[in-house]
Design a protein around this ligand. Structure first.
Ligand SMILES: [Zn+2]
Length: 307
């Protein structure tokens, strides 16, 4: 959807509200009291009313917009910008574009949308053949380490560790567009506290289907992958062979790093996952085109808040 289509389709607050209701009617409303799914629509109040117990549910309640005071149109604009731009949008830039006087609610909205993206991708497991590696992303020094001297290298407090998993099926006898011998599928990036074998194994188990083939280097982080039923094939990978043997993880890591550098500066470690959620969500849906906006909208409506 380009900007003109967007403006045409959503010219005002009302058009966004009607669209949100249309999607919510399709997704369904769950009563927070009796869990019934049958509701009346009270058009005078713009609320649902449970047919069984009478509990009212607002249109925003239980969705990603729960608790937000920003207009529907702001949310729609944010979703449009996040899904129609190849890169991303900073909260500061969006605040400027909206002419909104406060930064914080805009920032919260974008992070909520990224959380929605992360949850959606969290529902899927990777399978087939996986390239696995870790990346070190630059983040600012956490508050707790403020008074401590800065360490160098991989252990630096200015680096966050990220486990990168990417479906990468070898293509026999063929070279793909980028000259790689492997076809890339879906991707996941998870910020981790450490690279100990137990930590990594747990994350792999939660994100990758059983019996998947996993290619990685021979790091100690991966020594327990066989224990959880993975077909792990560790290899000693000399530096000059990395791009050949694990081509896609390295492209993905460098693209994600560039995005952070270009758009979001001075990322605090606790928000890195949020930006990576957006990167992976968009990467995994890179062929969705115009449908991406609608998909994100459905994901927003389907988001279940704690009642
Ligand atoms: Zn009820």
């Amino acid at each position: 959807m380009n900007l003109l289509n967007f403006i045409e389709q959503f010219p005002d607050e009302e058009s966004c509200m009607f669209k949100y209701k249309e999607v919510r009617d399709k997704v369904g409303v769950l009563c927070s009291v009796c869990e019934s799914k049958d509701h009346y629509w009270k058009s005078d109040k713009w609320q649902y009313e449970c047919k069984k117990c009478g509990k009212r549910t607002t249109l925003r309640s239980g969705t990603a917009m729960h608790g937000s005071r920003l207009s529907y149109r702001y949310w729609f604009i944010a979703m449009h910008l996040l899904t129609s731009t190849k890169k991303s949008f900073s909260a500061l830039e969006l605040q400027r574009q909206l002419g909104h006087n406060r930064y914080e609610p805009v920032w919260c909205m974008l992070h909520k949308l990224r959380e929605v993206m992360g949850r959606r991708d969290g529902e899927y497991e990777l399978s087939g053949v996986i390239e696995l590696d870790d990346g070190f992303f630059t983040t600012i020094k956490p508050e707790s380490e403020k008074d401590k001297p800065l360490k160098r290298g991989r252990g630096s407090q200015k680096k966050s560790k990220v486990l990168v998993m990417i479906e990468s099926v070898p293509v026999e006898g063929q070279t793909t567009k980028n000259g790689k011998q492997r076809k890339v599928g879906h991707i996941k990036m998870v910020v981790v506290d450490d690279l100990k074998a137990n930590t990594i194994t747990q994350i792999v188990e939660a994100n990758i289907a059983n019996n998947t083939v996993i290619d990685s280097d021979n790091s100690n982080s991966y020594v327990k992958l066989k224990d959880i039923g993975m077909e792990h094939k560790p290899e000693i990978i000399p530096k000059e062979k990395v791009n050949e043997m694990l081509p896609w993880v390295h492209i993905a890591i460098s693209n994600a790093k560039r995005l952070l550098l270009d758009i979001h500066h001075d990322v605090e470690p606790q928000y890195l996952q949020s930006y990576l959620n957006e990167f992976c969500y968009k990467y995994n849906r890179r062929y969705f085109g115009d449908k991406l906006f609608d998909r994100l909208l459905i994901a927003c409506v389907s988001y279940k808040n704690e009642f």
